[in-house]
Design a protein around this ligand. Structure first.
Ligand SMILES: O=c1ccn([C@H]2C[C@H](O)[C@@H](COP(=O)(O)OP(=O)(O)OP(=O)(O)O)O2)c(=O)[nH]1
Ligand SMILES: [Mg+2]
Length: 148
């Protein structure tokens, strides 16, 4: 099984995803078009690339903390899911939570992509669930006080 991610450039402006450091989890993903994002709005941005993932993996599209910290820019549907079998162009939905309009430019690093393993578990209906110490407790049930 190859672990290589094949990347096809769909337009000339496109840049291949790139790891800033060899062991970074996230590959920087680049914009392939110029676009303004008004404050409080979102835009779908072209990357100009399509990819071929290794079997039983996905690519997660996550925000870059630098853009969030400096400009309030994040990924609307974070983490975006790129399915193994998807062969279309990867597009990134950025939302501007900042106070100023934000200009996306060709070649800007707008998000990061993490390749992750996926369990393609079959699904079946069952009548009884196994018992566990947690049972149906959730939503803060393990806390000592009501508010945490
Ligand atoms: O940020 C994203 C998220 C998804 N996709 C592409 C790849 C993914 O495989 C496909 C479908 O995404 P998703 O499953 O999130 O969307 P959906 O609304 O469930 O559409 P579909 O019915 O096509 O699965 O769209 C992107 O290009 N960018
Ligand atoms: Mg889907």
């Amino acid at each position: 099984m190859t672990k290589t991610v094949g990347v096809k450039r769909l337009i000339q402006e496109a840049r291949l995803p790139h790891r800033a450091n060899e062991t970074d989890a996230g590959l920087d993903v680049y914009a392939a078009e110029d676009k303004w994002i008004e404050a409080g709005s979102y835009e779908t941005i072209r990357t100009g690339i399509a990819i071929e993932l290794p079997p039983s993996t996905e690519a997660q599209i996550r925000p870059r903390s630098g853009l969030a910290h400096k400009f309030g820019i994040t990924v609307l549907n974070s983490p975006g899911t790129i399915d193994e079998g998807y062969r279309g162009e990867i597009k990134i939905m950025l939302i501007n939570h900042g106070k100023e309009a934000f200009q996306v430019e060709v070649g800007m690093r707008i998000a990061q992509m993490v390749i992750a393993p996926v369990l393609l578990s079959p699904i079946k209906e069952i009548q009884e669930l196994t018992e566990t110490p947690r049972g149906e407790g959730g939503f803060g049930s393990s806390g000592l006080r009501d508010d945490v």
